[in-house]
Design a protein around this ligand. Structure first.
Ligand SMILES: NC(=O)c1ccc[n+]([C@@H]2O[C@H](COP(=O)([O-])OP(=O)(O)OC[C@H]3O[C@@H](n4cnc5c(N)ncnc54)[C@H](OP(=O)(O)O)[C@@H]3O)[C@@H](O)[C@H]2O)c1
Length: 328
């Protein structure tokens, strides 16, 4: 089977290539391969990036609130516990994946900002959210779209982005829509019979596969520093209703869809978090990344993305699956 590249950068990169167990080639930009990456927050994106960079021969340190392995550093803004400054002072690349707290500061800003100027930093990446664009009524938004006056979590994001931008750092803020990938997608819920088929007319969601976040980061790091935009949306090219995505996931698995419900009927039974998820309707453009910077999305739509999740989660891809009774 031909495997996809995960990095998206050019053929002229002379760094060495290694292969992960999922078959993805990892080709690190030379400066990253020779540097030291600190990832604040070894969650879904952070731990997958760490694995990729290590597979490519790079040096990575990861912080968590509770150490998960011998190499983890503890950093937790709730307790103020943080790594010894001497252990971080040679950091060349910093990726912040921890979300901001309600006061608009993320844990890295609160606990590390004072010492960043003394580090030999060549790149600082901050994972932010396309929630900062608010509700566009389904219209496309890009990095030039003015941000609305925000409240709640979006206001924290905006404050956090502004604070990062006020520091004199080689900064890139990556604005992300719903993140999915292996272990975080509708397939598992459908298999367990726990998925909900909700539909709100006109409502779409943008999304991005975790490997395109990693691919976009590696692509940017392979560019000259002055060509890396400070603000960058990373989203796939097909915003779609969640009902459409669930329908495709059910098709891939060959399982029936759960009963249909209108969102308006289900809303009263939903918690505030789930309701806020459905509040905004927007289409996120990543043309700055694709057309402007030349990044080729590995998963341009949820279709390629879900197929690849299915492969990585170890179940047969549809073409190899046993025929269902209905197919006879
Ligand atoms: N999930 C989405 O669909 C989505 C969409 C748009 C944007 N985002 C944002 O993108 C970023 C990365 O997402 P993700 O899904 O990779 O997040 P994740 O899996 O929740 O990982 C976040 C990491 O940050 C650490 N962290 C959280 N709060 C912290 C605190 N107070 N002090 C220290 N560390 C803390 C967590 O530590 P532990 O390992 O100890 O838990 C975890 O390792 C987040 O900012 C997220 O809000 C997510």
């Amino acid at each position: 089977m031909e495997h996809e590249r995960t990095d998206g950068h050019g053929d002229n990169d002379d760094s060495s290539t290694s292969v992960l167990t999922d078959g993805a080639a990892v080709n690190l930009p030379p400066a990253l391969a020779a540097g030291r990456l600190l990832i604040v927050g070894g969650g879904y994106c952070g731990s997958r990036l760490a694995r990729r960079v290590r597979a490519g021969g790079g040096q990575v340190r990861v912080t968590r609130r509770q150490p998960d392995g011998a190499d983890d550093l503890v950093l937790d803004d709730a307790t103020g516990v943080r790594p010894d400054p001497d252990r971080l002072a040679d950091t060349t690349h910093l990726l912040v994946t921890a979300a901001p707290a309600a006061d608009g500061l993320d844990p890295a800003l609160r606990l590390l900002a004072g010492e960043l100027a003394g580090w030999p930093l060549r790149w600082v990446g901050v994972l932010s959210s396309t929630g900062v664009y608010g509700d566009s009524g389904g219209a496309w938004v890009d990095e030039e779209t003015p941000l609305p006056a925000a409240s709640g979590r979006s206001a924290s994001r905006i404050r956090c982005e502004e604070t990062w931008r006020s520091l004199d750092l080689p900064l890139q803020i990556l604005r992300l829509p719903g993140i999915y990938g292996p272990g975080r997608n509708p397939l598992a819920g459908l298999r367990r019979g726990e998925a909900r088929l909700l539909h709100k007319p006109g409502q779409v969601f943008s999304r991005v596969h975790v490997d395109d976040i990693i691919g976009a980061i590696l692509h940017c790091l392979a560019l000259p520093a002055d060509q890396r935009p400070t603000l960058l949306n990373v989203a796939d090219q097909r915003p779609a209703p969640s009902s459409e995505v669930l329908g495709f996931a059910a098709h891939l698995l060959g399982v029936p869809l759960p009963p249909f419900r209108w969102y308006a009927e289900a809303e009263a039974t939903m918690g505030p978090m789930a309701r806020s998820f459905w509040q905004d309707n927007r289409r996120v453009s990543s043309r700055r990344l694709t057309d402007g910077l030349g990044y080729g999305l590995q998963h341009p739509t949820y279709r390629e993305g879900l197929r690849s999740c299915l492969r990585e989660e170890g179940l047969p891809a549809p073409a190899q699956a046993a025929p269902r009774p209905a197919d006879h």
